[in-house]
Design a protein. Structure first.
Length: 256
């Protein structure tokens, strides 16, 4: 049996990506989204999640990168070089690898971001992160403690399914997978390659048995976001292919 969760990352980032994500939901193939807090359209994402919790699943898109602000920017934190702004993604990855990010700071920021969603009555079913920072051991070890405290079970695993072969990344991600043991995650996870215009055509053929999550970043203003969103905005071809391949769409809540 092959089951598929299609998750939109960056929900709430700005008005344009919010609108495109909603259009993908309403078109019929998008089943899930993870919400960013403290962004231009976060409030709209909270509202949509509250109103549609019985139709789709919604999670936290935990963010500690790319110049965004901590929930409590006045607090001195190892997650920032400059006051009030997270490091750029590659710099934060390096900081995570060499142990610069403290467990206390990671747990506090995660807790505050999660509380922001729950304070707005969003039913949180799963967790992933902006730039996949949570796959680094120092981050996931911290998050798993907070997730346990908060009663959350599902987390995005490091990528182990690639539409374009990438043996080096697969090998590295297999090592990163070790701290995830004992947590709940899908059998497979695939991030759509933003430069791959044929991803939707090939997906039904290569989807393995079990439960797979595929992530996209919907938008229209940027070419790479539109490339990921286009098969979901006009879903007839992909919908037909999934049905012919006997692939069932699901969401995180259905598996809790």
């Amino acid at each position: 049996m092959r089951s598929l969760i299609i998750n939109a990352d960056d929900f709430g980032l700005d008005r344009e990506t919010f609108n495109t994500t909603v259009d993908c939901f309403e078109a019929g193939l998008l089943t899930s989204a993870t919400i960013m807090v403290g962004c231009d359209a976060s409030a709209q994402a909270y509202d949509f999640a509250r109103q549609n919790r019985k139709r789709f699943s919604f999670g936290l898109h935990f963010n500690i990168v790319d110049g965004f602000r901590p929930v409590a920017p006045e607090i001195d934190t190892s997650l920032c070089d400059e006051p009030g702004a997270f490091r750029e993604s590659m710099d934060q990855r390096y900081a995570a690898l060499i142990g610069m990010l403290t467990t206390t700071d990671i747990r506090r920021e995660f807790r505050l971001q999660l509380e922001e969603l729950r304070d707005h009555h969003v039913e949180v079913t799963h967790v992933d992160s902006h730039g996949h920072l949570h796959k680094f051991p120092s981050v996931i070890y911290s998050l798993r403690q907070e997730m346990r405290r908060a009663g959350l079970t599902w987390v995005r695993r490091p990528q182990n399914m690639f539409l374009n072969p990438n043996g080096k990344r697969r090998m590295v991600n297999n090592v990163f997978m070790i701290p995830f043991w004992g947590m709940m995650y899908t059998d497979y996870y695939c991030a759509v390659d933003q430069c791959d215009g044929t991803w939707a055509k090939r997906l039904p053929e290569v989807l393995p048995n079990g439960l797979t999550e595929v992530s996209v970043h919907p938008g229209r203003a940027e070419a790479w976001r539109l490339n990921e969103a286009a098969p979901l905005l006009a879903p007839r071809e992909l919908s037909k292919a999934l049905k012919m391949a006997d692939i069932s769409l699901t969401r995180y809540r259905a598996w809790v």
